[in-house]
Ligand binder design. Structure first.
Ligand SMILES: [Zn+2]
Length: 364
C-alpha cells in the first residue's frame, strides 16, 4: 500500500483504471472536467446545493448515474431510480484530497482482526502517498476550497450550544454523549461499548461537522417548502383555489334552497299538482344533499391546506438564512439521528401532513 498502488476494485469518480496496468489510475477527462468545475464553483463562493442545482439543470450525470452509464458489464440494479446531484455528493468530492494526486489510505481500521467495528483515525495517522496518479486539481485550489469549507464558524453560531440535547445515535437511538475538553463539543455514542452494536456511531464527531450537515439539510428542506408554496401559488392563479370552490358550492346550495321554497309556494298557490311538487322537490333535494357533502369535503381540504401553509411559512421565514443558530434549530428541528460523518436523519417539527424526515446521504 505504501507504493500507492490502487487496490480497490473501482476507480473513483474522475478516474479510470489504466488498461495497461490495473493498479494505476488514469484521468477520465469527461468526469474530471466536472470535478474541476465543482472545485472552481466552490472557490468562487457557490454553496454545495447551488452547485448541485447547476449540474442537475445542465443534465450532467451524477457519479452514480455516470458509473451506471459507463458500466456495460454489470446489470443496472436500480434502473428506474435516477440519482441526481445533491449537496452530499458535492461535499464528498470537495472533501476528497485524492484529486490533488495523492493516495490516502487507512482513514479507518478494524478494531481487531475479524471485528466489524471500525475506528476512524485522526488525520495525522492517515497514510498519504503523494504523486500516485495525475492530479485533477492543484493543491492550491484544494487548499482554497478546504479553508472555505472548514471556516464553518462563519455559517454556524455555537452560542447557547444549540446541538446539545438534540443529537441521538442512529444505531441504538440513545442520546449522544458530549465531551467538551476544548471550546468545540464532541459527540459520541457510549453504548457502542456495551451493546457491541456496530450500527452505532463509531468514533466521535465535532459539533462543527454535524452543524455543516444540518445546515445543508435545513437549506434543502426550506427549498422544498418554498417549491411547494410556489406550485400552490401557480395553482391558485389557474383558478384551482379551494376557497373559490367552497364559495361556488355555497352559492349553488343557496340557489337550490330558494328553488325548493319557490315550488312549495307554487304548490300552496295550487299552480302545480302534488305529484309534480313531490317529483320536483325530490330532484332538488338530491342536488342539495350532494352539495352539502361537497362543501364538507372542500372545507376539510381547505383546513388541511391552511395548516400546511402555516408549516410552510415557519420554514420560509428562514429562507436565505446564512448562519445556523440556536433559534433556527429550536424552531425547526425536533431530533437528529447521527449515523456517521456523512449521514444524519432529521425529525422536523410542525410536520402535520408533510413528510417529516430528511436523510442526508452520499451515494458511493
Ligand atoms: Zn449508539
Amino acid at each position: 500500500m505504501k507504493q500507492g498502488k490502487f487496490l480497490s476494485s473501482y476507480a473513483f469518480y474522475g478516474y479510470n483504471k489504466s488498461p495497461d496496468d490495473k493498479s494505476k489510475l488514469v484521468i477520465d477527462h469527461e468526469a474530471a472536467g466536472i470535478v474541476k468545475r465543482i472545485f472552481e464553483m466552490r472557490s468562487e463562493g457557490l454553496g454545495r446545493i447551488e452547485i448541485a442545482k447547476i449540474l442537475n439543470t445542465e443534465n450532467i450525470l451524477s457519479p452514480a448515474m455516470y458509473k451506471r452509464s459507463k458500466n456495460i458489464i454489470r446489470p443496472w440494479n436500480t434502473p428506474n431510480q435516477k440519482v441526481m446531484w445533491n449537496d452530499c455528493a458535492i461535499g464528498k468530492i470537495l472533501a476528497d484530497e485524492r484529486y490533488t494526486g495523492k493516495m490516502i489510505c487507512g482513514k479507518q481500521i478494524r478494531k481487531s482482526v475479524g471485528s466489524s467495528k471500525i475506528r476512524f483515525l485522526d488525520k495525522d495517522e492517515w497514510i498519504v502517498v503523494p504523486d500516485t496518479h495525475e492530479a485533477i486539481i492543484s493543491p492550491e485550489l484544494f487548499q482554497k476550497v478546504h479553508t472555505y469549507t472548514t471556516n464553518r464558524r462563519a455559517t454556524y453560531d455555537p452560542t447557547n450550544k444549540p446541538l446539545r440535547r438534540l443529537l441521538y445515535c442512529g444505531g441504538c437511538r440513545h442520546v449522544l454523549n458530549r465531551s467538551s475538553h476544548t471550546e468545540i463539543d464532541r459527540f459520541r455514542c457510549k453504548y457502542t461499548r456495551f451493546t457491541g452494536d456496530c450500527n452505532c456511531l463509531q468514533g466521535s464527531l465535532t459539533e462543527d461537522e454535524i452543524a455543516e450537515m444540518l445546515l445543508n439539510a435545513i437549506k434543502t428542506q426550506i427549498d422544498i417548502m418554498a417549491d411547494r408554496s410556489n406550485k400552490r401559488t401557480i395553482g391558485h392563479a389557474n383558478g384551482f383555489s379551494l376557497d373559490g370552490k367552497v364559495k361556488k358550492a355555497k352559492s349553488n346550495l343557496e340557489k337550490h334552497n330558494n328553488e325548493r321554497f319557490d315550488i312549495y309556494k307554487k304548490f300552496r298557490a295550487e299552480k302545480i299538482s302534488q305529484d309534480q311538487f313531490q317529483a320536483k322537490r325530490n330532484e332538488i333535494t338530491i342536488k342539495i344533499e350532494a352539495l352539502e357533502e361537497e362543501i364538507v369535503v372542500l372545507e376539510n381540504q381547505a383546513q388541511l391546506r391552511n395548516a400546511e401553509d402555516a408549516v410552510i411559512s415557519q420554514y420560509r421565514q428562514y429562507e436565505n438564512f446564512e448562519v445556523l443558530n440556536d433559534e433556527i434549530i429550536k424552531t425547526l428541528i425536533d431530533k437528529v439521528y447521527v449515523y456517521d460523518k456523512n449521514h444524519i436523519e432529521i425529525i422536523w417539527k410542525f410536520t402535520d401532513g408533510i413528510k417529516n424526515v430528511t436523510l442526508c446521504e452520499i451515494d458511493a
